[in-house]
Design a protein around this ligand. Structure first.
Ligand code: ADP
Ligand code: 5GP
Length: 190
């Protein structure tokens, strides 16, 4: 792309995906990234320990509590929050650079973070992914085999609080049939 094409290209749009743990956000996100051109994912920072199979810089940037605090003090985060048992945050520079290049950006963050983003960037499109029911959410969370019982209970308790905030979002997608939910998200972004 030449410099003048870049200058003439419109700024990208910011999409924020939230919803309870285990509802299928990661699955929907991956489908959108594979099927929507010029859509970039912003890799968050977290103090959580990597799960088996997770790689630093791919799913997250896994950083220490000390580094997280430094980055807060340095005003590097567009938003950050304490979620479940750890800190998570989105680096401002990553998002702004991609939007300036004309790419759309997708964040997958919790409700506290999403509301911070909406305050700072009112044009951001907030999308809440809801489960068809709490029992099904529990089945998905348990079936993923990534959390212990304590962590599953923390996540289920938080799910109820998160669901109460879904009306603050611009759109709600119920992830019942996976293909339909993927298609709904793809169309919404396009
Ligand atoms: P999240 O990122 O919201 O924590 P995941 O994308 O990891 O959730 O999904 C949790 C589990 O539920 C995964 O095992 C995934 O394959 C499964 N899953 C996602 N969407 C559906 C769906 N519509 N129906 C049944 N299982 C689903
Ligand atoms: P997990 O530990 O299952 O990967 O993610 C736990 C929760 O943290 C999910 O609700 C996820 O959306 C949220 N999360 C991930 N990254 C960020 C982030 O950068 N900021 C905020 N506020 N939440 C995040």
């Amino acid at each position: 792309m030449t410099d003048s094409t870049k200058r003439n290209r419109k700024k990208g749009r910011l999409f924020v995906l939230s919803g309870p743990s285990g509802v299928g956000k990661g699955t929907l996100r991956q489908h959108a990234l594979n099927n929507v051109p010029n859509l970039k994912y912003s890799i968050s920072c977290t103090t959580r320990k990597p799960r088996d199979g997770e790689t630093d810089g791919v799913e997250y940037r896994f950083i220490s509590h000390g580094k997280f605090k430094e980055d807060i003090a340095g005003n590097l985060f567009l938003e950050y929050a304490h979620v479940h048992e750890d800190f998570y945050g989105t680096l401002k520079a990553d998002v702004v650079n991609e939007l300036e290049k004309g790419n759309d950006v997708l964040l997958e963050i919790d409700v506290q973070g999403a509301l911070q983003v909406k305050q700072k960037m009112p044009d951001a499109v907030l999308i809440f992914v809801a489960p068809p029911g709490i029992e099904e959410l529990k089945r998905r969370l348990t079936g993923r085999h990534t959390e212990n019982d304590k962590s599953i209970n923390v996540r289920l308790n938080n799910a109820l609080k998160e669901l109460e905030l879904k009306d603050k979002y611009d759109y709600v997608i119920v992830n019942d049939d996976l293909d339909s939910a993927c298609e709904e998200l793809r169309k919404l972004i396009l």
